[in-house]
Design a protein. Structure first.
Length: 295
């Protein structure tokens, strides 16, 4: 039973994340304002709970600042990902943003002086080849980098920086306190940004408001509390690998409910991309032979 609960939590978290691109693709609210309400509604629901149950602990000033930085990074990631989804396809945006583990490894190499194993660099090359296959070789030959493509890549980079910073924060404070500070910062930051850019805060349909609330409850609170619980009881590499299935589930949901066209090239490129990321998580030094055969 002890082993089953974290696995169920992980499955629940992955499913909650997977439906997010589908909700965004409905275009019931602009991408930026949608990100604002996702964070705002989430903190409105979380704050009373942590205060009433006394699950909030004020960390050291340095950790508060880092948690606030995480809020800015994560909300920026969600905002640009929303725009990428609305301007391209849920499938392409989800797969490209899943390059985050690659950027984490590169960031660790340059800024944390952590030298990734050979496996990481092999996986990185394979993943980048998968990305090129996914969007088409002509896309790169013609240097036709549109906003949706750039924002999907930027989303993965922002998320990778968030992971590097949040790793330090959660080692010195509890998850709920971290989420509360992060969400408060996210709401304030996105609120100011939306106001400065004249984003509409009202005027949505009833369905639009319902979707905004669902994003906060399901895609933010349920997803990340479930994944955090799973991470506490399972190996981090196993959780990270499992999260890659989000892109696959999103693709299937987009095909079923949004009638998005999924070509053989996209399937092939997506499989290469995910396989490359899988290589980066392999525990031992490997050769290409060990990727396909077990001793």
């Amino acid at each position: 039973m002890k082993l089953t609960k974290p696995r169920l939590a992980l499955i629940c978290g992955i499913l909650c994340i997977s439906i997010f691109p589908i909700l965004i693709k409905l275009r019931l609210a602009p991408g930026l304002i949608s990100a604002f309400y996702r964070m705002t509604f989430a903190v409105i629901l979380l704050l009373p709970y942590v205060l009433l149950t006394k699950n909030f602990t004020l960390p050291k000033p340095k950790i508060i600042l880092l948690a606030a930085l995480c809020g800015i990074l994560f909300s920026s990631d969600v905002a640009v990902w929303n725009i990428a989804i609305q301007d391209s396809t849920a499938t392409q945006a989800s797969l490209l943003t899943n390059l985050a583990p690659v950027w984490v490894g590169i960031g660790s190499f340059f800024f944390l002086k952590v030298r990734p194993a050979v496996n990481f660099w092999i996986g990185t090359i394979v993943s980048l080849f998968g990305m090129i296959t996914l969007v088409g070789f002509g896309f790169f030959i013609e240097m036709n980098f549109n906003q949706a493509f750039l924002f999907a890549i930027l989303s993965g980079i922002l998320y990778s920086i968030y992971l590097l910073v949040s790793k330090k924060v959660v080692s010195e404070t509890d998850v709920l306190s971290f989420m509360t500070i992060s969400l408060l910062t996210s709401s304030l930051y996105l609120g100011i940004l939306c106001y400065a850019l004249n984003e509409p805060f009202t005027g949505f349909s009833n369905t639009g408001w319902l979707v905004l609330v669902l994003q906060a409850i399901i895609c933010q609170l349920c997803a990340w509390i479930s994944i955090s619980y799973a991470t506490q009881h399972m190996r981090a590499t196993r959780v990270s690998l499992s999260l890659l299935s989000q892109a696959v589930i999103t693709s299937i949901l987009a095909w079923l409910f949004l009638e998005e066209q999924i070509t053989l090239q996209m399937i092939f490129g997506g499989m290469i991309l995910l396989f490359g990321i899988r290589i980066t998580f392999y525990d031992k030094t490997i050769s290409l032979k060990t990727l396909f055969y077990k001793n």
